[in-house]
Design a protein around this ligand. Sequence first.
Ligand code: NAD
Ligand code: ZN
Length: 386
Amino acid sequence: MLAVCWEGKEKMEVRKVPRPHIKETTDVVLKITSTCICGSDLHIYENVIPGMEPGDVMGHEFMGIVDEVGSDVKNVKKGDRAVACFDIGCGKCFYCQRALFSSCSTTNPSNMLCPLYGHKTGGFFGYSHITGGYPGGQAQYARVPYGDVNLLKVPSHLPDKKVILLSDILPTAWHANELASVGKGDRVAIWGAGPVGQLAAHCAFVRGAERVIIIDDIEYRLQFAKDRMPNIETINFDKVKVPEELHKKFGTTTAPDVGIEAVGVHYAKSWVSKLEMATGLATDPSDMLNEIIYSVRKGGRIGIVGVYVGYTNHFNIGGFMEKAMSAAAGQTPCQKYWPHLLKLVEEGTLTPDMVITHEMPLIKAPEGYKLFNNKEEHCVKVVMHP
Ligand code: NAD
Ligand code: ZN
């Protein structure tokens, strides 16, 4: 079969690899119909996440038609359409029992403790060998372990583009809002107008937020948000200082109530870094987290879904403590949110497909990676079809 293989920094190749089959009685093999490129794949594309090996099959956002079913699988049968989730849970361990599927203690077969994370993660598709080295779904077929836990059966009347983002970024956008307890009347500032930030804004509105502001320095992405969410406000951080602008909009004492981080390590760039890096005072992406601490009101809440690797120094724990803030972070346990989110998609309350700008055959993956990474052709989200 054909698959997108990682061959090194900024080097993806579509080539022939052996097709997967059932290994365990709880496995399912999917014939992939749609698969996306994620901001998390860009960390691998740029070789920021360690533990990749040449030839590894990429992709953790995918869906398709059930092709083979292990004898212990009960929830899906051959011919069903199903979405997979990026993190692989066993459904039985201490963490899965608490719906922390992305922290599953049994699905990561690797003995590598991440030298940067200092702990063992759950298993993830199409990612580093530190996260289990599972072949991903940017391919014609993928093996999904624990199919009953990690597949969501989807109704035939919903086309792929309506449900494919349930594999990761729709639950992640929802998770960011959950982590910061976004609810009715909240004023929410979102750092990052990539697909995750856009959907985090969409979810914030659906959850009853009163004002939502999205921050980026890519003008077409800010305009993209305005075109799709009429009440959204935007800040271009290349033109103004974000905390000052937010305090101007809200007053320093009142807002925003919530800051959502939807950027992640290798793209974090900010006025603080530009200013302070020039003077040698600041050296790492925690500057953006400090910008969030400066901007959000006292007692405010922060939800972090952007991916970080290990330590970021100069974190303003003093400001965070004195302002009585709370923060939560995490890889998203998609499975936990699936029933609720599928319902919201079915009734039309959530329209995640609004972020899809590019669809292309899988064979064009190197082109897709390049334009998503370099923010070319007004790209927001790429979906590929094998
Ligand atoms: P993306 O690269 O398309 O978007 C990131 C955006 O952040 C870009 O538009 C960039 O210009 C902007 N940005 C950079 N510095 C900024 C700053 N200082 N202030 C405001 N905006 C800034 O990526 P994406 O697909 O939207 O993903 C975003 C992050 O979410 C990535 O780190 C990805 O790994 C992570 N992610 C996490 C999970 C999870 O489970 N927690 C799941 C999916 C994606
Ligand atoms: Zn993803």
